[in-house]
Design a protein around this ligand. Structure first.
Ligand code: SF4
Length: 354
């Protein structure tokens, strides 16, 4: 998707304080013709959030609207899976529209990108936190030697970087932290990031799944061959490059599709990329509320995502019914998935599978 099709900002909702920050002023001057609408909080914008019934509106909103705010809470949250800690986010919301995405569950379905302009404060909080940790006591499944901070829990940093320099600043920050690495997963390929000079201290995780399934559920994201082709370029530019096999969606024929994907990756990436490659495997978690919304705009995706015959409901932490593949079965499928991966890409170590 051309950059302009993904993002073409003509309206900016912003908190009043945004103009006090250099990053806020930079974004304003980058979109001089955008209408500016002051709001009390980036969290609650009735004109924007909600809107479940009208997909035409919310895809348009994702492309044309930006929200700017100041991040208030700057605490780190322990993680233990993708990263040791989840850093305070510098953004929330996304210009893409994956049918299984959990991000809109909190903000409603037309959640466009919200960027936080106090990235300096986020960086200072990470620096203080990392300084207190000392060295990683021993290698673990997350990293051999560094504390890893996830930077992109609530959005996609590759796309955020099309709008402002928050991601550039974070990559620069981790260059200077001796005991910590930044990390984020992405479904977009933004080649501007190749110039950020991460010096091995930022890990980018390209999310991959069989292309014919991605064409249904990964709405507005980069095509799979483009993501795979980017792996070597990002490695050469100084990133550590891992992959997320996520979400793994089960359907008749999934093994053949995943085998083909593994072969495609194996046939595309270099020996150098293979030598450092690790992956996460994340089986689909769906959600009953999201299912209802998706039926209204994208029922084909629900044919893949909504499988009550093989899923079971679990009350999620934030309330609402999450659906996971049935306990017992899920373990068996995961074992088959890992065996297939080991057969086709034996060099790819699994950091965690869930
Ligand atoms: S790219 Fe990530 S944050 Fe954006 S819609 Fe897809 S899953 Fe959600």
């Amino acid at each position: 998707m051309a950059r302009r099709d993904l993002i073409d900002i003509d309206r900016i909702f912003h908190e009043a304080a945004v103009a006090d920050y250099p990053r806020g002023r930079e974004v304003f001057s980058r979109f001089p013709n955008a209408e500016r609408i002051e709001v009390p909080s980036h969290w609650n914008i009735p004109a924007l959030h909600g809107n479940e019934g009208s997909v035409e509106d919310w895809l348009h909103i994702k492309r044309s609207t930006l929200v700017l705010g100041v991040k208030k809470g700057l605490s780190m949250r322990p993680n233990g899976r993708s990263a040791h800690f989840i850093a305070p986010s510098t953004s929330n919301g996304c210009a893409m529209a994956c049918a299984y995405c959990y991000v809109p569950r909190r903000k409603g379905f037309s959640n466009p990108i919200s960027l936080f302009v106090n990235v300096d404060a986020v960086g200072a909080a990470i620096t203080r936190h990392a300084a207190k940790q000392g060295s990683l006591p021993e290698p673990d499944q997350i990293d051999e030697a560094a504390w890893v901070y996830d930077l992109g829990e609530n959005g996609d940093l590759s796309v955020d970087a099309m709008i402002c320099d928050n991601v550039r600043d974070l990559v620069a920050l981790f260059r200077g932290l001796p005991n910590a690495k930044g990390s984020f997963a992405t479904k977009a390929v933004n080649r501007d990031l190749l110039a950020y000079d991460p010096q091995g201290r930022t890990r980018i995780r390209f999310s991959l799944m069989p292309a014919r399934i991605a064409r249904v559920v990964d709405v507005r994201t980069a095509p799979m061959p483009e993501r795979i082709a980017a792996i070597d370029d990002f490695l050469a530019a100084g990133y550590e490059v891992h992959v997320n096999f996520s979400p793994v969606i089960l359907y008749e024929g999934w093994e053949a599709d995943w085998a083909a994907l593994f072969d495609e990756i194996d046939g595309t990436i270099s020996q150098a990329a293979k030598a450092q490659l690790k992956c996460e495997i994340i089986m689909l978690t769906h959600n009953a509320g999201l299912h209802d919304v998706n039926l209204g705009w994208h029922p084909k995706a629900e044919d893949l995502l909504w499988r009550p015959d093989i899923q079971e409901a679990k009350r999620s932490e934030g309330g609402g019914d999450n659906l996971r593949y049935r306990t017992g079965w899920k373990g068996k499928w995961l074992t088959r998935f890992k065996a297939l991966l080991a057969e086709r890409m034996p060099y790819c170590r699994v950091r965690y599978a869930f």
